[in-house]
Design a protein around this ligand. Structure first.
Ligand SMILES: N[C@H](CCC[C@H](N)C(=O)O)C(=O)O
Length: 276
């Protein structure tokens, strides 16, 4: 089967995006792993599959798969690229787009100049919402990674995140500790691991070791999780600029019961086709 696709990225977090509105497309785990391979396939962090909505009040549904083939609930950078994709392909002419995801409904607002603001929904700090095996507590949670104790804030943004506040961002720590905590037994569905350096109450540096991928150039849900964790712990203000390796995201959260708003760019790199 000939598969047409568009290669895109949000701050270097890269995607293959497929239009399954015009024609249904299904992928099995092996196909996704092969297509994501940067030597044997196209190469991507996540595959985004755009489908018609199940709920007629919504505009689209889109499904998100990590490079290891696992289907996930939410993808912040992917949501912005999705919005650009459906407008560029004239699948819609709306600038406010309502989308079904595995995590629930999200709303995308396409701004002039190519930026997109995503209503990412409300966060949850309840361990069972990640899931994370722990008794609920107000402060930080202790997790052993190897023979070192780390203090995390567990956050669900629809997908699970463990946020670690660090004084310095160290390559080996992101790679080694990220991999250990991603697959830690207390996260039955694994977890995305964020390493956050607080620069000021409205500015952080962030690196994310993503579940099912490894470290990416940027992680939208990771930036949301880090900011709301920082606000909850009293380190950050309601509006924060997150500096990721690939660039900046603007995150806003006004507190419990309110959604997180994330604003950032979306880029198209090329269109291609490949025989599945
Ligand atoms: N790896 C994530 C999904 C992609 C999230 C990330 N690419 C983003 O921009 O939010 C997970 O397994 O939950």
């Amino acid at each position: 089967m000939l598969l047409k696709f568009t290669k895109m990225h949000g701050l270097g977090n890269d995607f293959v995006v497929v239009d399954a509105v015009s024609r249904k497309v299904f992928f099995n785990k092996q196909q996704i792993e092969r297509l994501s391979d940067r030597n044997w396939g196209i190469g991507f962090d996540q595959l985004l599959v755009v489908e018609p909505p199940m709920n007629p009040d919504m505009d689209f549904r889109y499904r998100i798969y990590n490079s290891d083939g696992s289907e996930v609930e939410h993808c912040g950078n992917g949501a912005r690229c999705f919005a650009k994709f459906v407008l560029d392909r004239e699948l819609t002419n709306k600038r406010i787009i309502n989308v079904e995801t595995k995590r629930g409904a999200i709303q995308l607002r396409v701004l002039d100049g190519g930026l997109v603001t995503v209503d990412m929904g409300e966060p949850s700090f309840a361990p069972e919402d990640l899931p994370f095996t722990a008794e609920p507590c107000d402060g930080l949670y202790s997790v052993m990674a190897g023979d070192t104790e780390y203090f995390i804030t567990p956050v669900s943004v629809g997908n699970p995140h463990a946020v670690i506040k660090v004084d310095q961002l160290i390559d080996s720590e992101v790679a080694n500790i990220g991999a250990l905590i991603e697959c830690h037994e207390r996260f039955p569905r694994k977890v995305n691991v964020g390493f956050m350096q607080v620069v000021s109450p409205d500015e952080i540096n962030l690196r994310v070791f993503e579940r099912g991928v490894g470290e990416t150039q940027a992680c939208g849900t990771g930036a949301c999780a880090a900011v709301v964790a920082g606000i909850k712990q009293g380190w950050l203000s309601p509006k924060v600029t997150a500096h990721l390796r690939g660039g900046d995201l603007h995150i806003e959260w006004q507190g419990e019961g309110l959604p997180i708003l994330m604003t950032g760019p979306a880029e198209k790199v090329f269109e291609g086709q490949i025989y599945l």
